[in-house]
Every structure is written in structure tokens, then in C-alpha cells.
Ligand binder design. Structure first.
Ligand code: DC
Length: 248
């Protein structure tokens, strides 16, 4: 996985900094950990993957994106028209509304899993969501998770974490998620899907899945959620204490 240096201060002057930016590949535990860390800190949780999924649902419903088997087709003109006026709202509890409708229960539908990487590769979608994500964090301290949070969306975040885990562990966790949604997916299929999504997310030219050069790497293989959250919480609290004492 490549790393990305922090952009210049002048290019990102008005971008919020009171942010814990958590990035990493699918199944590394970002959502569970980010939600629990936000709760522990009393900060809002921003699940940016859920935003990409919500936009994908809207585009599928409108027919601007279609899925046939594993093939995804994109009607660029219709995507552009839809994104221009799109009403999208996310709250700090992970609920996403598109055009007033709560799409949260649909976020993990199989066809959304298939189409979302193609939608997340579109410049018009990324620019729109980046602006909405910055607006969210401008209003409140935020634990934000995704793929480009520490590199593109919040390059001057006070805390940057890169969460990772072995592909076997990530697949096991995703399989448990699927089972929670009533789907029994063979482990080999989950491994193949993770590898496909990681390759698409890392290989795209725009805001690829990449570690910020100044991110702290946390490998969650073999760790419980509580252990990971405690570790991240300690990083945030000790650095904030240091900064406060340094300012005295
Ligand atoms: O974390 P997730 O599986 O819900 O993410 C869904 C998709 O959205 C995934 O293919 C990567 C993409 N994504 C992205 O490109 N940038 C983000 N900041 C968050 C997610």
C-alpha cells in the first residue's frame, strides 16, 4: 500500500483539524472502532463509506448506474445531473438520508457492494462528498473513517490512524457482518470480494486507498474491538494532554 504526503498548509487552510481520521482497507474494523471511539470521546462519528453507499443506492434507483452480474455500467451524464441537486444528510449515529428517505437499512445490499467502488471512483461524486464531509466536521469534533480521510478530506487532521488486519481476519469479520444480515457467504467468496474491492480502491487515480505518511499504523489482527479502541483513545488523550501542557 502506498503512502501520501500531507498537502501544503495554504491549500488546506479552511479544512477542519479537530478530527480523528481513520483509514484502511475493507474489513479492518474501521466502522466498529470509529463508532466506539467517537462514543468514548463524546465526538460525532462520520462513516464516509455509508455516504458512498447511499449515493450508490440513489444512482441505482434512478438507473444512472446498473449492475448485471458482477458488471457495473455508469451513465456519466445522468450521474452528473443527479449529483448536482442531490440532497444528502448524515447524522453522527450513522443514519443516512437521501432526498429525505432513510436508506440506512439498504446500505449493505449485495448490488450496492458490487457497484459502490465504481461510484466511488467518479470525480463528481468524490468532490461532492468531500465538501459534505468537511461541512459536517466544521460543525463538531469528529471521528471520520474511510479511505482518503487523512490524505484528501482532512489532510491536517489532529490524529491520523491507519487500521489494518490480515486478509483472513478481515474476511472472517466481514463474514460475521453478512451473517448478521442473514446471509451465509462462503469464506473464499468473501476473501475474493475483499481483494477485488481493495484492488479497485487502491488502483483508482483519484483519492486512492493510501496511508497518509504521518498516520499511526495499528494492526488489529488478533485484537478485540475494546483493545483497539483503548489504544486509539490513549493516543488521542495523551497527545491532547501533551499539547495542553506545551501551550502553558
Ligand atoms: O467502508 P465501506 O465498505 O462502507 O466503503 C464502501 C466503498 O466506498 C468502498 O468501496 C470504498 C469507498 N470509499 C471511498 O472510496 N472513500 C471513502 N472515504 C470511503 C469509502
Amino acid at each position: 500500500m502506498s503512502t501520501v504526503p500531507v498537502p501544503s498548509q495554504s491549500a488546506t487552510r479552511d479544512v477542519p483539524t479537530d478530527v480523528v481520521a481513520i483509514d484502511g482497507p475493507a474489513g479492518a474494523g474501521k466502522s466498529t472502532v470509529a463508532r466506539a471511539l467517537a462514543k468514548a470521546l463524546g465526538w460525532a462519528h462520520l462513516d464516509t463509506g455509508a455516504m458512498y453507499r447511499a449515493v450508490t443506492i440513489r444512482l441505482l434507483d434512478l438507473g444512472a448506474v446498473a449492475v448485471v452480474g458482477e458488471r457495473v455500467t455508469v451513465d456519466a451524464a445522468r450521474v452528473g445531473a443527479c449529483i448536482a441537486g442531490l440532497e444528502l444528510a448524515i447524522d453522527g449515529d450513522g443514519h443516512v438520508r437521501v432526498e429525505g428517505a432513510d436508506v440506512t437499512p439498504r446500505l449493505r445490499e449485495p448490488r450496492v457492494d458490487v457497484a459502490v467502488s465504481a461510484v466511488a471512483a467518479l470525480a463528481v461524486v468524490r468532490e461532492r462528498l468531500r465538501d459534505t464531509q468537511r461541512e459536517f466536521a466544521r460543525a463538531r469534533p469528529t471521528v471520520a473513517e474511510g479511505r482518503d480521510i487523512g490524505t484528501v478530506v482532512f489532510p491536517r487532521a489532529a490524529f491520523k490512524i491507519w487500521l489494518d488486519a490480515s486478509v483472513e481476519e478481515r474476511a472472517r469479520r466481514r463474514r460475521v457482518d453478512h451473517a448478521g444480515g442473514g446471509r451465509d457467504v462462503p469464506l473464499a467468496d468473501v476473501v475474493a470480494d475483499l481483494a477485488r474491492r481493495d484492488a479497485l480502491d487502491s488502483g483508482r487515480s483519484l483519492a486512492p486507498l493510501a496511508r497518509a505518511a504521518d498516520a499511526t499504523v495499528v494492526d488489529t489482527t488478533g485484537l478485540s474491538v475494546d483493545e483497539v479502541v483503548t489504544r486509539l483513545w490513549a493516543i488521542v488523550v495523551s497527545r491532547r494532554t501533551e499539547a495542553r501542557e506545551g501551550a502553558r
